[in-house]
Ligand binder design. Sequence first.
Ligand SMILES: Nc1ncnc2c1ncn2[C@@H]1O[C@H](COP(=O)(O)OP(=O)(O)OP(=O)(O)O)[C@@H](O)[C@H]1O
Ligand SMILES: [Mg+2]
Length: 269
Amino acid sequence: MPEFILEAKNLKKEFGGVLAVNNVSFNVSRCEIFAIIGPNGAGKTTLFNLITGVYVLDGGTLHFDGALLARTAPYERAARGLARTFQNLQLFSNMTVLENVLVGRHTKSKAGLVGAALRLPGMRREEKLVHAQAMQCLEKVGLTGRAGQMVGNLSFGQQRLVEIARAMATEPQLLLLDEPGAGLQRKDVEELDNLIRQLREGGMTIILVEHNMELVMGIADRVMVLDYGTKIADGTPLQVQQNEKVIAAYLGAEDFTAMPAGADDVASK
Ligand SMILES: Nc1ncnc2c1ncn2[C@@H]1O[C@H](COP(=O)(O)OP(=O)(O)OP(=O)(O)O)[C@@H](O)[C@H]1O
Ligand SMILES: [Mg+2]
């Protein structure tokens, strides 16, 4: 088994002359909670898009679970155990909470959407299992009672949790969370914190992009800091908080609790 679940070497992505990701290298160990932080526009979401195959690399290499991800399509990466949530929620608002989670699960099911739609006999058993598993994911995020509701009727914070449940339903080895704490109330952030820890205990590796420094510094094993597409630091939460380049990138904030982008701030973007 390869030592690292993800190895990123000299990753590069350019948009019209702007280097959104500039020669970034890092390795993520199994069952690690690895946080990526940095000011707005630092390249965090672009990095997620490179890892999941939404964007093609302009340079560098990615290995997932020991295998090179070159032009591997996003769905193929998902099937190999890579899942993500989106900074801007990507839910189907005219579908129920459960149906949204099932969409995630169908990347995994043998029947697929066609088999399920045709309701072939052999598929029904699988459908039941898939349904039960989706409900388990909802239970983990505390939303079983909402399973039958239209997702658009849920609060923003609850929709974020549905998005996480959908990613969990694919049973990923590596889960990328893009600002899961944005717009959440303090109590919901605590639940999110618990959920992430539980997922890790269950054997998942997590890469967390997040502006809520209290959450990041409390939960991450290691933190990588990006600024203008470049990696400026990595280390333990304590090491990065004391790093001068990092402090400067955050406009000289005296400490990380004073950092600007709080949950409300991010939600209004
Ligand atoms: N599809 C795109 N086309 C052109 N420019 C892009 C595209 N995606 C990202 N960028 C640019 O790349 C840079 C990095 O953006 P990115 O969204 O990755 O930042 P981020 O760190 O996720 O920021 P935030 O904290 O605001 O979410 C920015 O300058 C952004 O404008
Ligand atoms: Mg982003």
